[in-house]
Unconditional design. Structure first.
Length: 193
């Protein structure tokens, strides 16, 4: 007699499905994805609760602010404040309008002063109502050419006008050298800096 196998044949498809069900890597990946999703959901719910709490506090503060009465100044106070403001603006405008940038004028003057000319005195008068100021220079040099060179250079200074020689005379210095003493007048313009 012949031997017959009565056992059912193994189905390969069944074995593949079982292997997939029992694969630890697959099970771990699915479990990790579920865990990460749960953590993100919990974090989102916590943050949403914090935002809602902050919105409630903001709404309460806005309601409190809107309920606070705003004190309105009386018309007498308002007009007095307006008059003070106008008086202060006027005083500031007049002070700034009469201001002369002396640092700029003196810097420009120093740039054009020849090397062979030295000053003995310098004076300036306060600006007048037209925004101009008088400027007087007394000095010495070795020749009349030095005085002429200084006059020509001072005429180029933008803030100086009406540059005129008031006086020029020959003299002798303390060391016995011949010098020229001079006095120059000018008008400083541009009082508003």
């Amino acid at each position: 007699m012949r031997a017959v196998n009565l056992l059912p044949k193994d189905d390969r498809r069944q074995r593949g499905a079982e292997a997939r069900r029992n694969n630890p890597v697959l099970i771990g990946g699915v479990a990790g994805a579920v865990l990460v999703t749960a953590i993100l959901c919990a974090w989102f719910l916590t943050a949403s609760a914090g935002v809602a709490d902050n919105q409630k506090r903001r709404d309460a503060a806005a309601a409190e602010l809107s309920a606070t009465p705003v004190p309105a100044p009386t018309s007498a106070q308002s007009s007095a404040l307006q008059q003070q403001k106008v008086a202060r603006v006027t005083a500031l405008s007049s002070a700034l309008g009469g201001r002369l940038a002396w640092d700029r004028v003196l810097r420009e003057f120093a740039l054009v002063l020849p090397d062979d000319v030295w000053l003995t005195s310098m004076s300036a008068q306060a600006p007048t109502g037209g925004g101009t100021s008088g400027f007087t220079i007394n000095g010495r040099t070795y020749s009349q050419d030095g005085v002429a060179r200084l006059l020509a250079r001072l005429a180029l200074v933008p803030h100086l006008t009406n540059v005129t020689l008031q006086h020029s005379s020959a003299a002798t210095s303390e060391t016995g050298r011949k010098i020229v003493e001079f006095t120059i007048n000018a008008t400083v313009k541009g009082a508003a800096a």
